[in-house]
Design a protein around this ligand. Structure first.
Ligand SMILES: Nc1ncnc2c1ncn2[C@@H]1O[C@H](COP(=O)(O)OP(=O)(O)O)[C@@H](O)[C@H]1O
Ligand SMILES: [Mg+2]
Length: 409
């Protein structure tokens, strides 16, 4: 039990339909049964938590997007972006709606458009920050939106901080002095002090959320995948981005594996394909722990199905365990060159062979192979060299770009 210490935050991310919500919900059930006060929060606008827990939908609607207790120690929350706007964004939202309004769009559409992308994400970040700082729950489980949007979610703290530093002060100064002039020339209203005050308050409440998300003692990401080509490619990409943003992936969960017992020849092709991709998952993500989950004989609905699912994933392990507290590789830039640092404990130089194909770096270590998907910018270059630095393999990629984008030297 980790009770009494800091809140644990566990994100479940992956492509649509792979089983994120089921697995997040199952993790919530076993976490609550161990005795942790647990919240499962849905960040996907297409909320399905209450369906998977088999709850009365009206119950959720009445609660206006606040956490609701559904069992002993178990709370669930489906963020309601309209409610969040009323609570947190009113002034910002009103200003933007006004802008759209005066440009001749009808009022209903203007209000719809004024829901800026990222509001669900910021809203949930506000909650997470509060829940962790005030230690409201022992475990907070996040059922993320499909990969693309969940990546936007993790990039928001960085973007906001940048915006605050670079843009906010300038913009505010600008409106203060420019208002009288601009107002005379254009009919566009400028944001008033309430807008800035509301933005400032919002940023204040987001303080520290980035360090919370990048602290592997607090936050872990679990990537849910299926043994299929396209799903795995997306998992690799997600893994890379989470690494880039400094979040720690502590488990990969391969879901929907055909059970051994199936002998119908119709599934022979599938079984072969799946077993090849399961091996590939090891090459892609090792040493991050990999959990395997079989395909159930039916859809997964309600407490008992979920408890069974959780048992299949974690067996008797505490689901709040930190299965890994560091990512196996880091991307950085040193002297204008991209560098990848790969942790390879217990390895000597003779063991490692480095090569690159398309957008992947491939390491052969004795009988093992390790694939690392490269960020787009890095993938343009070839590895210049690799050296062993203690337990780390340091791979350096091509030099600086000149003006035309050609590689120098
Ligand atoms: N291992 C499994 N066996 C059988 N059905 C599953 C399994 N995992 C997920 N499902 C079913 O697949 C559907 C999609 O799962 P869901 O958890 O909603 O995916 P996501 O949240 O990633 O979109 C649901 O109907 C769920 O019951
Ligand atoms: Mg879902």
């Amino acid at each position: 039990m980790i009770r009494g210490k800091k809140t644990r935050v566990i994100l479940f991310a992956g492509k649509g339909g792979v089983g994120k919500t089921s697995i997040a919900a199952a993790t919530g059930i076993s976490s609550a049964r161990i005795g942790y006060k647990t919240l499962v929060m849905s960040l996907d606008v297409a909320h399905s938590l209450s369906d998977i827990y088999d709850l009365n939908k009206g119950l959720m609607d009445k609660n206006k997007g606040e956490p609701i207790e559904v069992d002993q120690n178990l709370w669930i929350q489906e963020i309601d972006v309209q409610e969040e706007i009323q609570r947190n964004w009113k002034e910002v939202y009103q200003y933007i709606a006004t802008l759209f309004n005066i440009s001749g769009i009808d009022e209903v559409l203007a209000e719809e458009l004024a829901i800026m992308p990222g509001m669900e994400e910021v809203s949930s970040l506000l909650y997470i920050n509060r829940f962790v700082n005030e230690k409201v729950f022992d475990v907070v489980i996040l059922d993320c939106a499909p990969t693309g949007e969940s990546l936007r979610f993790i990039s928001i703290p960085t973007t906001l901080e940048w915006y605050m530093k670079k843009v906010f002060k300038v913009e505010r100064l600008f409106t203060k002095y420019a208002r009288p002039v601009v107002q005379r020339i254009y009919s566009v209203p400028l944001p008033d002090d309430d807008y800035f005050e509301s933005l400032r308050y919002l940023f204040e409440r987001l303080q520290g959320v980035e360090s919370l998300l990048t602290n592997p003692r607090i936050t872990s990401v679990r990537l849910v995948t299926n043994p299929e080509k396209i799903v795995i490619k997306e998992t690799q990409r997600a893994f890379m981005y989470f690494c880039l943003y400094g979040l720690c992936v502590d488990a990969i969960i391969i879901n929907r594996i055909l059970p051994e017992g199936i002998s119908d020849v119709h599934f022979d092709g599938w079984k072969g394909t799946q077993s090849r991709y399961i091996d590939l998952v090891e090459e892609y993500f090792s040493p991050v722990p990999i959990f395997k989950v079989g395909l159930f004989s039916n859809e997964i609905v309600g407490g008992e199905d979920l408890a069974q699912l959780s048992k299949m994933i974690y067996d008797n392990l505490d689901p709040a365990t930190r299965f890994s507290t560091e990512n196996p590789h880091k991307f950085t830039k040193i002297n204008g060159q991209y560098v990848i640092i790969v942790r390879l404990p217990f390895i000597t130089k003779e063991d490692v062979e480095v090569s690159k194909s398309d957008d992947e770096l491939i390491l052969r270590i004795g009988g093992f192979k390790r694939h690392i998907l490269l960020p787009r910018k890095v993938a343009h270059y070839n590895p210049l060299g690799a050296k062993l630095d203690g337990q780390n393999l340091v791979v350096t990629f091509g030099g600086e770009n000149d003006e035309k984008g050609n590689q120098k030297g």
